[in-house]
Ligand binder design. Structure first.
Ligand SMILES: C[S@@+](CC[C@H](N)C(=O)[O-])C[C@H]1O[C@@H](n2cnc3c(N)ncnc32)[C@H](O)[C@@H]1O
Length: 278
């Protein structure tokens, strides 16, 4: 089979990346996810599907909103992340918070009109455009009439400084041998236009989109790098041999100097936050 240049790799995640994501995503993805939930009116008793749940931090928060009679199912393709997610299931949550392997573009294990709310927080950008359309069709199918889909993540209408830096560094020798096409491992951030038109095509009645540009504030360049690489579960530079990863990391961290503000680093990333209504 020819290499799948456009797609995301699922075999580059490591225990270290998974635990770094768990430790650092509270400053970024979890914050955005909580803002997204506010758009979706999640009430006690709701049945919620968290698609691409990662290590389950947002799903655990959702289960506190749906308790005591609601139910949250998180699915994710990465075993190491699902394993960390399952550690969050305390005895009192064992019937109402569930984590399983799965992908957004194939929800066939769930029946039509099962869920009140479905979420994709910082997930849709890891799918190819065709998979994104399939994921929207699947979300429509599994939502009840009146159900809501929340989509959030890096905006395709705005540049992403981390991936601009990645492009500059990995396009150089010797790194580019491993990344002959810089699109390998890069996210496919969705534009507001594509999300609106593909949601309509999937059957949704309306899409409400807004943008948020919170400042990401961290104390060290190493923390910035960890946040970026762990969010991409190995796709950021995982195809480089380890000694070249160290060299590329040094180059990237030199570029991070431009975000220094006194004793910390500050970087603005524009996030798309969408509520899509069935
Ligand atoms: C940045 S993490 C976001 C995790 C979580 N939603 C959160 O808010 O912290 C991206 C997640 O998307 C998942 N993912 C990537 N491709 C996916 C797909 N095709 N279907 C479902 N999840 C996917 C990854 O495994 C990873 O856990």
């Amino acid at each position: 089979m020819p290499p799948r240049l456009e797609g995301t790799a699922y075999d580059l995640d490591t225990d270290e990346l998974a635990s770094q994501y768990e430790a650092t995503s509270g400053k970024a993805q979890l914050k955005t996810g909580i803002i997204l939930l506010q758009e979706l009116s999640i009430n006690p008793g709701a049945y919620v599907l968290d698609i691409g749940c990662g290590t389950g931090l947002l799903a655990a928060h959702i289960s506190s909103l749906t308790a005591p009679h609601g139910r949250v199912v998180g699915i994710d393709p990465l075993t190491k992340r699902i394993d960390l997610a399952r550690k969050k299931i305390s005895a009192d949550l064992k019937d109402t918070l569930v984590f399983e392997h799965g992908v957004a573009q194939d929800l066939s294990r769930f029946g039509n009109e099962s869920f009140d709310v479905a979420i994709m927080n910082s997930v849709i950008l890891w799918l190819t455009p065709e998979e994104q359309r399939e994921a929207l069709r699947e979300a429509f199918r599994v939502l009840k009439p009146g159900g809501r889909l929340g989509v959030a993540g890096g905006s395709g209408d705005h540049p992403n400084p981390f991936f601009e830096i990645r492009k500059r560094v990995l396009s150089k020798d010797p790194y580019r041998t491993y990344y002959p096409d810089i699109a390998i491992g890069a996210p496919k951030r969705i534009t507001s236009e594509a999300l609106t038109s593909w949601s309509k095509e999937a059957g949704f009645s309306s899409t409400k989109i807004r943008f948020d540009s919170p400042a990401l504030v961290v104390q060290t360049k190493e923390a910035l790098l960890q946040m970026t690489t762990s969010s991409a579960f190995g796709n950021f530079m995982g195809k480089l041999p380890s000694e070249l990863q160290l060299a590329a990391q040094d180059e990237m961290m030199r570029e991070f100097e431009q975000y220094r503000k006194g004793d910390h680093f500050e970087i603005a990333l524009t996030t798309l936050i969408a509520a899509v209504y069935k």
